[in-house]
Write a protein that binds this ligand. Sequence first.
Ligand code: PGA
Length: 260
Amino acid sequence: MEVIVAKTPADMASAAAREVANVLNAKPNAVLGMATGSTPLGLYQELVRLHKKGELDFSHVTTFNLDEYVGLPITHPQSYHYFMHEHLFRHINIPPQNVHIPSGTTTNYRAFCEWYEQRIKQCGGIDLQILGIGTDGHIGFNEPGSSLTSRTRLKTLARQTIDDNARFFKNRDEVPIYAITMGVGTVLESKEIVLLANGKKKAEAIAAAVEGPVTSMITASALQLHPSTRVYLDEEAASHLKMREYFDWVQEKKPGAPQA
Ligand code: PGA
């Protein structure tokens, strides 16, 4: 795991956008794994800006979103379908048929989840997965206790997640209780992973994920088992890290490291 502490959330967003740009420059038909929530908003704004400047082409890109609430129609302003369309897809040139977001309204969740997993494989697997982290340490909606080998499936949201996400809804009762999410095992098969976190509220979860034991109680800690994960943080999200000095030292010494 590489930990990179940016000065501000805006710096974090541009560093993450550079990661996406590097992947697309090397492989214009890359498969991207997308996340929702407030954390990746700056990244998506930056991707839109680069696209509008003519520097990023999404015409051959395929995407898979991590998760979706069960029961919200795609037109619901809090559905992740709506979020992705509003904040990214309608501003870029990705072909609609290349976009995959779990269905929150399917009549057969089990069959849908199996199809989603197969579809990721058919498309060659995820080249770069973007992740946020919950205050309970979740990635996707893999709540504490989720198997670290889990695949795309239906999950019951933790009360803490419902509380955290209530800010987006008129009242807490409107927050869906179930979601469909890629599993931890699905995420770990991505070739590259970028985890983003900003703000004090994420400091504890980040410290547990990066420096704590690998445990299903903090599903983000499973990223320690992944060979190519970069964690981009702002100062606040990095504030509980014990190894902070070393992480900064690594970044400082990186330009001088042997390239091959
Ligand atoms: P947030 O959500 O970006 O809105 O904080 C992150 C998450 O729950 O994964």
